[in-house]
Design a protein around this ligand. Structure first.
Ligand SMILES: Cc1cc2nc3c(=O)[nH]c(=O)nc-3n(C[C@H](O)[C@H](O)[C@H](O)COP(=O)(O)OP(=O)(O)OC[C@H]3O[C@@H](n4cnc5c(N)ncnc54)[C@H](O)[C@@H]3O)c2cc1C
Length: 390
């Protein structure tokens, strides 16, 4: 019998250092992440210790400057690290992506003093971040957010509720978008809020369909007082900062989606070559062979698309349209590949004895977060046809 154990993805990496990084991530994933994934997801356990290990290993600040404790890695390398982590467990891959998103505002728009004061602990000091944009009444229409920050001397006082916050209740710092001016996008400012700030409390985590190990919770800001030195960027610049973070964050979601899809394909191929019906491995039947071929093709296409967008970003070129396309395509591909993987396993695919039902539940959320796939289409169409006329 030929050996059908899944082969690691043959990655195109730009440097020896990047190859070493991927080897390190595979080792951590194999030893510390994958073996506990199914059980801990079922129990809703958040693997905080894994994030500490990733931080100690230099994997929580990869795309940021080494001057501030980051890894100086291009996005094409960072995203492939995310893909590997998400293949082992989405809660970890997506968690690293959200942490990176939470660091984006300060790294990109903070003053030199702010970066020197906060970034080393955020990027390599074991801290974990949350990104607080969504609210109960403002999701896709994020610019209508209502959480207020009111100036009081040298301080700001923040009041309101953020919703759906990944790492809500477990994060050490939160990048918060709050209204400091009038209606609309121009009235929003970004702040860096400590996770243990007085007046900041987390609700019980949402009971989700998947990614149960990743806490998603409302955060209540009840007169949270922070100094003006924690305001990021100019007053009124917050929404532009939030959107620029999301352009990069969407590439992270795309890479995570490809990771989940790859894990589902590996499980499906392994099962199909082993399981026999009608006296032959089911992988002999053309109906399944074509399904596996289509799954593999979608994954390769998704990987190529997110890497093309990442390389534009690394070259300092505009990449917003390509990031939206990568997020849209890769997450739709992950939904379709994981659904097909359940089909390949037949009845067993529908049970928790195999991981593919979990992959299918996890893929669904990727079509929703960081801009639903309807919103991605709006972004792409605006690049093609300009803003809507109404
Ligand atoms: C597990 C999880 C983790 C999350 N983590 C975070 C986080 O860390 N930080 C954060 O800020 N947010 C987070 N979110 C929130 C997420 O970004 C929002 O759920 C998402 O932006 C959609 O907002 P909504 O849920 O309010 O849906 P709505 O905006 O109410 O949309 C409902 C439906 O209407 C569609 N729709 C809305 N407007 C349009 C339009 N103009 N054209 C076509 N269709 C439209 C949407 O596509 C969707 O299908 C998370 C969500 C989940 C589920």
């Amino acid at each position: 019998m030929p050996d059908r154990a899944p082969q690691p993805v043959d990655r195109q990496l730009p440097t020896e250092e990047a190859r070493d990084l991927i080897a390190l991530v595979r080792d951590i994933a194999e030893r510390e992440i994958a073996p506990r994934a199914a059980e801990e997801e079922e129990a809703g356990h958040f693997p905080r210790e894994v994030f500490r290990l990733l931080s100690e290993s230099g994997l929580l600040g990869l795309p940021y400057a080494s001057e501030y404790g980051g890894g100086d890695q291009p996005y094409e390398v960072y995203l492939q690290v995310l893909e590997e982590l998400a293949s082992a467990r989405l809660t970890v891959g997506l968690g690293v992506s959200v942490h990176s998103l939470a660091c984006h505002a300060l790294a990109g728009y903070g003053t030199k003093e702010q970066r020197a004061e906060h970034l080393p602990a955020m990027l390599g000091g074991g801290l974990l971040g949350a990104y607080c944009l969504s609210e109960p009444a403002s999701g896709s229409d994020a610019a209508s957010l209502r959480t207020k920050a009111v100036r009081d001397g040298d301080d700001w006082v923040i009041t309101g509720t953020k919703a759906w916050i990944t790492h809500g209740g477990v994060s050490d710092f939160c990048t918060v978008l709050a209204r400091t001016g009038g209606e609309g996008a121009r009235g929003i400012t970004a702040f860096l809020v400590p996770g243990d700030a007085p007046g900041l409390t987390a609700a019980l985590p949402e009971k989700k369909m998947g990614m149960k190990g990743s806490p998603t919770a409302q955060l209540h800001f009840d007169g949270v007082r922070i100094p003006d030195s924690r305001r990021i960027g100019d007053e009124g610049q917050g929404f532009a900062i939030a959107l620029s973070a999301l352009d990069s964050g969407r590439l992270g979601i795309a890479a995570c989606a490809v990771g989940v899809a790859q894990a589902a394909l590996d499980a499906a191929v392994g099962y199909a070559t082993d399981r026999k019906q009608f006296g032959r491995p089911i992988a002999d039947f053309q109906g399944l062979r074509f399904m596996l071929a289509d799954m593999a093709t979608r994954i390769e296409a998704g990987r190529a698309l997110y890497l093309a967008a990442a390389r534009l970003r690394d070259a300092g070129r505009p990449f917003s349209r390509q990031a939206a396309m990568a997020k849209l395509f890769c997450t739709d591909a992950a939904m379709s590949v994981t659904t097909d993987a359940v089909q390949v396993l037949g009845g067993y695919g529908y049970t928790q004895d195999f991981p593919v039902e979990r992959y299918m539940r996890e893929a669904k959320v990727l079509q929703i977060v960081e801009g639903t796939n309807q919103i991605q289409r709006m972004v792409i169409a605006r690049h093609l046809a300009g803003p809507e006329t109404r």
